[in-house]
Design a protein around this ligand. Structure first.
Ligand SMILES: NC(=O)c1ccc[n+]([C@@H]2O[C@H](COP(=O)([O-])OP(=O)(O)OC[C@H]3O[C@@H](n4cnc5c(N)ncnc54)[C@H](O)[C@@H]3O)[C@@H](O)[C@H]2O)c1
Ligand SMILES: [Zn+2]
Length: 375
């Protein structure tokens, strides 16, 4: 396929991999990105693709969007503020960028003479809250809102069946699971999904929502203490400090390699079967946080044991990993990169770059204790 693709947030982690792959596949690419200070520190990243056209501006700038959109065929919408914790105190800014920004983008599409044929929207596993669970005693799936503070104080980590009290078994989370956003960030992602679907259906512009699970890989911010857990662990270990593990480290997550996610973004543009669908993008191969820390330690060949805190961080869920059968069926997509290989590439990149590897986690941990977020 060919055509011109607008990638919002195309200077970021997932965006830059998506831009590179689009160019490789012969698309014309225009990027809109405001080089958000927290991510880029006001500098252009070194992975700017010389074959793409860059517009450095804000997603909320409707007039600018109208100009850009006029000759665009497809949109991949990735621009967003992405700090879960931060969204809980910067409520207005997160709502403004993520929700109003998406509204401006959609309005520019419907009010211009453009011929946008599809919009792919980046959503998140965070819209689910807790993952899906099964009770072996009751023989049924159970919806878990959140774990009680009483059970967490007793250090019973797994969610309990609301009917029989037994520990529940985590199972892959599919797209039909009930939604329960537990942060403002997660709520803005759900708002983006719904805004886009409403406008897409009303105007006959196919929309595809991709719910990414934990994305990791090179170009991920290494010194942002609110960023991904892989980057935080690597940064700690390279500073000679142990990774801190919340609870007992048994929480399960689904880590998907960034290039695989970029591929899913492009398949979502190309496959008609996924129009107006919401699709999980993960691996369906859960790994515990403690195992993850050990894998990273082994690849780095450092002799530092992770520090298990046995503390619960307020707002954290216990388990969530993806059922990806819908992505396999509708996108003909499956993840190609095994976790060990992906981590190896991330670490190789972290070691060879001239990145600022300052570890700010101690400060964040102290602050969480002071604010009563850890129990
Ligand atoms: N990384 C993950 O694990 C993950 C998981 C689920 C969903 N997502 C979603 O994927 C998308 C990309 O995330 P990422 O990890 O690449 O984050 P990122 O911070 O690396 O990239 C976001 C980009 O958007 C830009 N941006 C922010 N505000 C903007 C604005 N007002 N105007 C224009 N550009 C703006 C930033 O400068 C940055 O380049 C986001 O929508 C995020 O919610 C990411
Ligand atoms: Zn039960």
């Amino acid at each position: 396929m060919s055509g011109k693709v607008l990638v919002t947030g195309g200077c970021g982690f997932i965006g830059s991999w998506t831009v590179d792959l689009l160019i490789e596949k012969g698309y014309d690419v225009v990027v809109l990105d405001n080089l958000e200070w927290q991510v880029h520190r006001g500098r252009m990243p070194e992975w700017i693709n010389p074959k793409a056209c860059y517009v450095f501006g804000d997603l909320r700038d409707y007039r600018l969007l109208r100009e850009i959109i006029s000759d665009v065929d497809y949109v991949i919408h990735l621009a967003a503020l992405v700090g879960i914790g931060q969204s809980m105190y910067e409520v207005e800014r997160y709502t403004d960028v993520n929700v109003r920004g998406t509204a401006a983008l959609l309005e520019s599409i419907i009010n211009s003479n453009s011929d946008v044929k599809k919009v792919v929207v980046a959503s998140s596993m965070n819209v689910y809250g807790e993952g899906k669970y099964y009770c072996e005693t009751c023989g049924e799936y159970k919806v878990v809102q959140s774990r009680s503070l009483e059970q967490l104080r007793k250090r019973i980590w797994n969610p309990l069946c609301p009917d029989c009290g037994q520990e529940l078994k985590p199972v892959p989370t599919d797209e039909n699971k009930s939604l329960n956003p537990l942060s403002i960030y997660a709520w803005t992602k759900l708002a983006q999904e719904q805004l886009s679907m409403i406008i897409g259906r009303a105007y006959g512009i196919p929309v595809v929502v991709l719910r990414y699970f934990n994305v990791y890989g090179p170009r991920q911010s290494l010194s942002n203490p609110y960023a991904g857990v892989c980057a935080i662990f690597i940064c700690r270990l390279l500073n000679g400090k142990p990774p801190y593990i919340f609870e007992d480290g048994g929480q399960l997550r689904d880590f998907v390699y960034v290039k695989d996610v970029a591929e899913a973004n492009i398949l979502a543009l190309e496959r008609r079967a996924c129009d107006y669908q919401v699709i999980n993008i993960g691996t369906s191969k859960p790994i515990s946080i403690l195992r993850l820390a050990k894998e990273i330690t082994a690849i780095l060949k450092v002799d530092i044991e992770p520090h298990v805190t046995y503390k619960y961080r307020k707002g954290d869920i216990r388990h969530c990993f993806a059922d990806i059968s819908k992505a396999e069926k509708l996108l003909d997509w499956r993840p190609r990169t095994a976790i060990r290989e992906g981590l190896r590439r991330l670490i190789e990149w972290a070691l060879k770059g001239k990145w600022e590897l300052m570890d700010r986690f101690d400060k964040v941990y102290e602050e969480m204790e002071r604010k009563g977020i850890l129990i």
